[in-house]
Design a protein around this ligand. Sequence first.
Ligand SMILES: [Zn+2]
Ligand SMILES: [Zn+2]
Length: 820
Amino acid sequence: MKQPLPKKFDILEVEEKWQKKWEEMGVYRFDWEDKKRTTFSVDTPPPYPSGEFHMGLVLNWTYFDIVARYKRMRGYNVYFPQGWDCHGLPTEVEVERLHKIKKTDLPPDQFRMLCEKLVGKNISAMKKAITNLGCSIDWTTEYKTMDPDYWRRTQLSFVLLYKKGFIYRGTHPVNWCPRCGTAIADAEVEYETRTAQLHYINFKLEDDGFLTVATTRPELIPACVTVAVSPHDERYKQYVGKKIHVPTTNRTVEVITDDLVDPEFGTGVVMICTYGDKADVKSVAKHKLPVITCIDENGRMTQNAGKYAGMTTEEAKKAIIDDLKKEELLENIEPTNQEVSVCWRCHTPIEILEKEQWFMKTRILSSQVEKNALEIRWYPDYMKYRLIDWAKSLEWDWVISRQRVFATPIPIWYCKKCNEIILAEPNWLPIDPRTENPRIDKCPNCGSKEFKPERDVLDTWFDSSITCAVHAGWPDREDWKRLFPADVHPSGVDIIRTWAYYLMVRHLALFNEKPYKSCLINGMVLGTDGRSMHKSFGNYVASKEVFSKYGADATRQWVAGGGATGSDIPFRWPDVEYGWRFLIKLWNAARFVCNQLKDYESKENVKCVLQPLDKWILSKAEKLTKKVTDALETCQFNIAMEEIRNFTWHVFCDCYIEAVKDRLYKPDFYGKEKREAVQYMLYTVLYRILQLLAPITPHVTEEIYQIMYAEEKSRKSIHLSPWPTLNEKHVDEEAEKRGDLIMAVITEIRREKAEKHMPLNTQIKKLIIYAGGKDTAEIIMEGREDISGTCKAANIEVLPKKGEGREIKPYSDIQFLAEY
Ligand SMILES: [Zn+2]
Ligand SMILES: [Zn+2]
């Protein structure tokens, strides 16, 4: 050990230094040439480049970085890629806001350029944050889904799925966000409970009298196609089959029965409109009812709404209520709580519109999704049901077309004359049909030479749901199956129904194989007030602030120790600060060890005389190794964290180092071999701690490793050192029992000094220990050197009987008397 550890320890400086060096040294590169080591691939989710790497992402990335680092040390050839899921609505909205324009104000390619510029800026901010978090990513793998080279893959997957019959164009009700002006998938619909007004409206029967319909959406009356009652509702039996007049229109419809009607809701009479909700969609299909569209893509009333045409839905609602009042058809209005479907992005209530769109057949895969979900390893296990239940709950296929600009184009044209669909050939890709013609002379159906492009674009999830294959090298590398399925797919609990689900159905459809072997789930980050962390709640903490205050290694300890994997984790400054203090403690301990090893010639087969406490710490270090290994194998990061921190802080620093100092300082008195025994232990156990900690706190462990161990261990980084395996030979229950007892004696004597307000180095003239029996007396005698040395006892007497004095906890039979 030639070089001492510096006294000054600037965590932020150390972290920045290693982040740079790791990249220069290529520590985290995947080795494509290496065919010996088993591969381990992480299906890193390409994040959406919002520009902000928030604490939720910190949680996410820390989890799988710990896994990647652990596996690398276990000897795997780790593939840890990073991409960016660029396309999407939020960027378009942000560009519109920044430039004070609408997407239609510019030609699509110019608008797209503004989006790309913004995304580029946001990516560099987020890349910096991922680097600052110390993630062991192989940056040579970086990709962006907005790049033409990625389009090529997305479009190829479209072409293949189309040819396999998984993709179709059809007219079907879809979820529509009128504000965003696009279709959205079920997974993008969220539910909110809102207070609404329930209107009781009289519908006149053609014969005589009326039925009272209860509805929260009177603006849909012009789209009413039938009035329904429950088949079991005796009150209305006589009206079934009768004609009834739809108010504000000149239409009549028939009263029918439908078992979807809840007799308890409102009056038990409902109108079925095209469409108010998903139940309407079902009823219309079941009874083969006509479709009257009265709301358009912008949320305005259509010509079908008669005099209300052109009004917004809100305006129409008011006008219709006024008209109903005038005609004395409005019976009553009362407030009600209602679950409203809203757009995930802008929280505008969605409409259900019948549209011609592109769909992927996903429901036919549901039983395969279930089968594979059960085969996959989930951390934690119960999360698999989130995926299974979601797949089973789906009623519609996945609508994959969007009416936006910044997205991957659909590689399709139509013949202008006969409307024949022209699908791009794989070797045309990437291609944008909006700017390029299909590479054929004429329509294969009618011979026409004129084509029109598909202007719709693909859902962003269509880009990001092929990452498992793309990461592996598909479609360019012949050996891509080497990295497929991915070994781990990490996901937030809130996006199992999107990310984990879409990956599953897309890869099953494309390759008839599951995309990942295991799924690692993280919970949400809660603010200091216990609510989920959100800018609008005032409980938001930016990762930048946390990094700049305490650094990444402290932040990562908060993640690892914050709670069980999969559970929500509250953000607490004291937890991060505790992590930071632990690093200081570790640094100071390492500095002490380093100073004591100046004359130490490390030899693995060093012949030293291990004392009871040496065997004790060695055995405990082996057991710790087993516990941490088991915890990391099962992604229980909080257990690994707790075990290492406890051992380092209390067992190693507070107990062992304190108890062996005297032996270290006085080789002339105790003998050189006994000092060597301590040196050997300090050297070995500290190295073990650093290795076990390396996946969680990669920077500080690397810094200490490089100064103290790199030369001897001859690995260029601690992160490439082999993970320690349990050495059964060193596990010694008897030695632990003995050591525990000796340590208890030392602790109790030091406690007495502290209670009497004496300095710990106060001399004890005479120390008598009543061991309570022969066996315990022997053990204490064995450790008497460390006891007297640590407690500064000039004279020590151990008696094999019970006596008087202060009890040594938790051994009720053992006491001591100290004469100061
Ligand atoms: Zn929206
Ligand atoms: Zn044609």
